[in-house]
Design a protein around this ligand. Structure first.
Ligand code: PLP
Length: 408
């Protein structure tokens, strides 16, 4: 008889989006014909950059002839993409990486979920709260999160609250954590850390021998100069941080699937005998064993994101989403709401009126303005009293949503 990994049984069902869907359905039944605006989803809506489309068409044509056909590629990704990434995403910021430090993947979710395989199950861990749920659930699956308490918190996780009270800057804990997840620009709050604020976390990690998993999936939305694009802009970070990136929100690759992870050669973890072991060769071994590479066609599409045309097209799409964010942010503020995020990220984090829960606020927007949002409490205990709105919708929908909210 095969014995189960019983940690899977500890996982709470992911009810958030199905609960939202049920509520929206119930509303539609009782209010047929009402035009609903969906600002809850975290998926993009604009098409891929034309440069990527053309590159992928060419790659498909290559597959049609045995002279140019590509079968299995390198598990780590093709050099043409790795070198382009280093040249455009890191070198201009003074970050030197060797090609063997960059691993192309099928997206950031797989890498954030899988990277923990390199570490023992009994490491302590920390997350910012509210949080992208995959960080917690992937650690529950291997037993690292501990047990779920009545307060909705896992016993082996340090929660670092990010709320209006601390301006969404997590306080440095006064104890050590082995493994820390940071996501900036942040999903769900849309907030960022300045270079000085991120430096404090890198210094904490250096002083406490903490490994940071830095998720920079929304890096392309940064436009303020004092917000770092990569954790490696901070001195010493190469010793303590793994950075994960994605083409999903940068270039509309949510359905195409491509991302990458940087594992610097200097990053190590300890054996029980206190021997330091570099994680880079172990991640390489893990990928070679369990992953057969991102498709050639996809990697050609990702490479084209960095061409002059691709960059211009990406810039235009991001400007479109960020204009949505600006419209919503200003409209909500005019209507008297406290709004956070939406400046260097495509998410707005809206505070509910005094004393109102996330779900009550969600219902208010649905029933009185016919707008679908995401209740903040679904992202963690510190999300209670907030809602997430995304800027990934159509411009006219964002404008109409603001008109409706203004009339409430
Ligand atoms: N990380 C964060 C913070 C995200 O919000 C998302 C997607 O919403 C992902 C990772 C997943 O990205 P990918 O599509 O590359 O798997």
């Amino acid at each position: 008889m095969a014995l189960l990994n019983e940690h899977f049984l500890k996982l709470k069902g992911s009810y958030l989006f199905s609960d939202i869907a049920k509520k929206v359905k119930a509303y539609q039944v009782t209010h047929p014909g009402e035009q609903i605006i969906r600002l809850g989803i975290g998926d993009v809506t604009r098409p891929l950059p034309q440069a990527s489309i053309e590159a992928m068409h060419r790659a498909v044509d290559e597959m049609a002839s045995s002279a140019t056909f590509h079968g299995y590629g390198p598990e780590q990704g093709y050099d043409f993409l790795i070198e382009t990434i280093i040249k455009h995403d890191f070198a201009p910021r003074g970050i030197q990486l060797s090609p063997s430090e960059v691993f192309i993947s099928d997206g950031a979710k797989s890498d954030t979920g899988n990277i923990g395989e390199l570490l023992r199950w009994d490491n302590s861990m920390g997350i910012t709260d509210p949080v992208y749920p995959a960080y917690i659930d992937s650690n529950v699956m291997c037993g690292r999160a501990g047990t779920l308490g009545e307060d909705g918190r896992w016993s082996n996780i340090t929660y670092l609250p990010c709320t209006a009270e601390n301006n969404f800057v997590p306080a440095i804990p006064n104890h050590r954590i082995d493994l820390l997840y940071l996501c900036y620009p942040n999903n769900p709050t849309g907030t960022t850390l300045t270079r000085d604020q991120l430096k404090q976390w890198v210094d904490y990690a250096l002083a406490n021998d903490t490994l940071i998993i830095f998720d920079a999936a929304y890096e392309a939305y940064i436009h303020d100069d004092d917000v770092p694009h990569s954790i490696y802009e901070i001195r010493g970070a190469k010793k303590v941080a793994i950075e994960i990136r994605s083409f999903s929100k940068t270039a509309g690759f949510t359905g195409v699937r491509c991302g990458y992870t940087v594992v610097p050669k200097e990053v190590t973890a300890a054996t029980l005998d206190d021997e330091r072991v570099p994680l880079n060769p172990l991640w390489n071994r893990r990928q070679c064993t369990k992953f057969n590479g991102t498709s050639y066609i996809t990697q050609r599409g990702a490479e084209a994101v960095y061409s002059p045309e691709g960059r211009a097209q990406v810039k235009e799409t991001i400007a479109y989403y960020m204009e949505n964010a600006r419209t919503m942010r200003e409209g909500l503020t005019r209507a008297g709401y406290r709004v956070f995020g939406g400046i260097n990220a495509p998410y707005l984090w809206v505070q509910a009126p005094e004393g109102m829960t996330s779900w009550k606020f969600f219902d208010e927007l649905l029933y009185r303005a016919h707008i679908v949002s995401t209740p903040g409490v679904g992202f963690g205990p510190s999300g209670e009293g907030y809602l997430r709105l995304t800027a990934f919708g159509k411009r006219e929908d964002c404008e109409e949503a603001i008109r409706r909210i203004g009339k409430l």
